[in-house]
Design a protein around this ligand. Structure first.
Ligand SMILES: Nc1ncnc2c1ncn2[C@@H]1O[C@H](COP(=O)(O)OP(=O)(O)OP(=O)(O)O)[C@@H](O)[C@H]1O
Length: 299
């Protein structure tokens, strides 16, 4: 099943929050949906969920229109968390499970499985307000997946979690993908996206500025990173032809270069100057690509 957005536009008054966005999100994939603050990510998620009307364009799921009528097929972890603080975890999840067509017993069985999986079985009968922010996040995650959705939308799923819990949740998300769930995932942490997503898009002021597979995006970016550790000064490389960025390191430097040929030239020039401990040509990071495409012009 594929989620498809065709020329989707959302206007609030005369402000265009999402501008002719077209995307195909393949089945059983984790798709990275990136953008700076105010880029239009949450607005797009709300349109997919049928919580906001589309101004123009079309969203479909496996060829059929999607919206509130398909909410039992969709799981959503919103950026602003929405649990009821005074309710016990058990009652909360039973309530949400029932809204999505589960029986009380099915919801409890599934909840217990997830609480064990996320190593917090003792929270079953705790009120949400008694849990730490990170642990509330786990419960919110469970509420998004309790009904085994076919499409899971995760808005900043790892924010507020410590590194151990980030890893635990990442593993859970990867397992869901392997079991066949299509996942759309937004994050400001580029390393998470690099690790988890095969395809991605970057939105900027509502418009798509990058779209494709992570590998193709990196390849087409052209520029490379070059890390050099040497036992002689390297600062002459700051003004070298083909060097776009220069960053001094304690024992060398990290360069962004225009293309691979520049590294050949630099390598030839370093010969005979002294001992080179490292000369490493790397793909650009997604962070580099994001910064170049979106710049510092966040809202
Ligand atoms: N209900 C609304 N009424 C008017 N403008 C809105 C509304 N919701 C969002 N916007 C505007 O639409 C734009 C996109 O907002 P959106 O929340 O989708 O961004 P985002 O990419 O999710 O940002 P962030 O990463 O900060 O969460 C912003 O300019 C925002 O102010």
């Amino acid at each position: 099943m594929t989620l498809s957005l065709k020329e989707v536009t959302k206007r609030f008054g005369n402000h265009t929050a999402v501008d002719h966005l077209s995307l195909e999100i393949p089945e059983k994939e984790m798709f990275g949906f990136l953008g700076g603050n105010g880029a239009g990510k949450t607005t797009t998620f709300r349109m997919i969920l049928g919580l906001l009307d589309i101004t123009e364009g079309e969203i479909s799921w496996n060829g059929e229109s999607i919206g509130y009528n398909k909410s039992h097929l969709i799981g959503y972890l919103p950026e602003e968390r929405g649990l009821y603080p005074k309710l016990k975890v058990r009652d909360q999840i039973i309530y949400l499970g029932k809204l999505r067509g589960m029986t009380k017993q099915e919801a409890i069985t599934e909840l217990k499985w997830w609480l064990d999986r996320l190593k917090v079985p003792e929270y079953l009968d705790k009120k949400v307000e008694e849990l730490s922010k990170g642990n509330q996040q786990k419960i919110q995650f469970i509420s998004a997946v309790i009904h085994k959705p076919k499409l899971l939308i995760l808005d900043e799923p790892f924010s507020g979690l410590d590194p151990v819990n980030v890893e635990m949740l990442k593993k859970a998300v990867v397992e869901l993908k392997e079991q066949g769930t299509s996942i759309v995932f937004s994050s400001h942490r580029m390393e998470h996206v690099e690790e988890l997503c095969e395809h991605l898009c970057i939105l900027h002021k509502g418009k798509q500025v990058v779209h494709g597979s992570l590998r193709d995006i990196k390849r087409s970016f052209g520029k490379k990173n070059l890390v050099i550790h040497a036992e002689f000064p390297l600062d002459f490389l700051q003004d070298h032809a083909g060097v776009v960025k220069y960053k001094a390191l304690t024992d060398g430097c990290e360069l962004q270069i225009e293309n691979e040929d520049v590294s050949q030239t630099i390598f030839a020039e370093l010969q005979g100057k002294g001992f080179i401990r490292k000369f490493d040509l790397e793909e650009p990071s997604l962070n580099d690509i994001f910064i170049e495409k979106v710049g510092a012009s966040y809202e």
